[in-house]
Write a protein that binds this ligand. Structure first.
Ligand SMILES: NC(=O)c1ccc[n+]([C@@H]2O[C@H](COP(=O)([O-])OP(=O)(O)OC[C@H]3O[C@@H](n4cnc5c(N)ncnc54)[C@H](OP(=O)(O)O)[C@@H]3O)[C@@H](O)[C@H]2O)c1
Length: 237
C-alpha cells in the first residue's frame, strides 16, 4: 500500500495511517468510526454481499480497524447477509447488533464462539419471546421504544467503557448515524469496479441539509482501490 495524501509515502505501515489519538479518552458519547467499501458507481454490495468489492488492501484495513475498536457495531441486515461471526483477531472486541425483529440465528458462531458476549441492541417493542431467546446467548440492551434510539444505544455502549465504536454498516444503520450527525470518522474504500444493479448505495439517509463537511485525513492506494480516511470537520465554535 502507498500513501498518496497528505504526503506521498511508498510501502506504508497501515497502522501509522489509521492510528488516531483523538478517538479515545473523550468525555460524552463514544467516538464513531465507520468503515465501508463501495464500487465506483457507489454500490455497497455485489449480489447482496461485499466480498467481491473487497480486495486484499481493503481486507487488511478492515482487520486493522477492528484492532483499534472497543466494539464493532453492525445492523442485523448485514449480520444476515454476510453471516457475521465474532471478531477473531486483535483485541477481539465484541460485536453489537442493532435489531428490532430479533430475527437472527442464535445458534451461529456469532453467539456460540464469541470471545466476549455479543451485544444485541434492541427496543422495548421487540418480541418478548425472541428477546428471552437472545438473552440466553447474548447481552441484550434495550435502547428506545418502537425502534432503537441510536443515540441512546451509543450512550449504553459508552457506559460499558466502549469508547471507540467501529460501525461496519450496513447502509441503513450507517444512514441513521449520519442523519443523527454521529459519525466522527469514515474510512471509505473505493473499489475499482462497476457493479450496477439495485444494491443499496454506501449510505441510505434522508437528505442532509446542510450537507456534513468532512476533511480527508489520508488517502492510500492498494490493489487499485483508493482507501480514504475522512474525519468530521469540527463543529463551528
Ligand atoms: N459496502 C459495505 O461496506 C457494506 C457494509 C455492510 C453491509 N453491506 C451490505 O449491505 C447490505 C445490508 O445492509 P442494510 O442496509 O440492508 O442493512 P443494515 O443496515 O445492516 O441493517 C438494517 C437492519 O438493522 C436493524 N436496524 C437498523 N436500525 C434500527 C433501529 N433504529 N431500530 C431497530 N432496528 C434497526 C433492523 O433489523 P431488523 O430487521 O432485525 O429489525 C434493520 O432491518 C448487505 O447486502 C451487505 O452485504 C455493505
Amino acid at each position: 500500500m502507498r500513501q498518496l495524501l497528505p504526503t506521498p509515502v511508498d510501502d506504508i505501515d497501515p497502522l501509522a495511517v489509521y492510528a488516531d489519538a483523538a478517538r479515545s479518552g473523550r468525555a460524552g458519547r463514544p467516538w464513531v468510526l465507520a468503515n465501508m467499501v463501495a464500487s465506483v458507481d457507489g454500490r455497497a454490495a455485489v449480489q447482496g454481499r461485499t466480498a467481491r468489492l473487497s480486495a486484499a488492501a481493503d481486507r487488511e484495513v478492515f482487520m486493522l480497524l477492528r484492532t483499534l475498536a472497543d466494539v464493532v457495531l453492525v445492523g442485523a441486515g448485514t449480520v444476515r447477509a454476510e453471516r457475521y461471526g465474532p471478531v477473531r483477531g486483535g483485541g477481539r472486541p465484541p460485536v453489537a447488533v442493532v435489531s428490532r425483529s430479533l430475527d437472527l440465528d442464535w445458534t451461529s458462531p456469532l453467539f456460540s464462539e464469541a470471545a466476549r458476549p455479543t451485544e444485541i441492541l434492541t427496543c422495548a417493542a421487540a418480541d418478548p419471546a425472541r428477546r428471552a431467546r437472545a438473552a440466553e446467548v447474548a447481552e441484550v440492551i434495550v435502547a428506545g421504544e418502537e425502534q432503537v434510539d441510536i443515540r441512546q444505544a451509543l450512550a449504553e455502549l459508552g457506559a460499558r467503557g466502549q469508547e471507540v465504536v467501529l460501525c461496519e454498516g450496513g447502509p441503513h444503520l450507517l444512514g441513521e448515524l449520519v442523519a443523527a450527525d454521529l459519525v466522527d470518522e469514515l474510512c471509505f474504500t473505493l473499489a475499482p469496479l462497476l457493479a450496477g444493479g439495485a444494491e443499496p448505495p454506501l449510505i441510505v439517509a434522508p437528505s442532509l441539509d446542510p450537507p456534513r463537511p468532512l476533511r480527508m485525513a489520508s488517502l492510500v492506494e492498494g490493489d487499485g482501490a483508493l482507501l480514504a480516511r475522512y474525519v468530521r470537520e469540527a463543529d463551528p465554535a
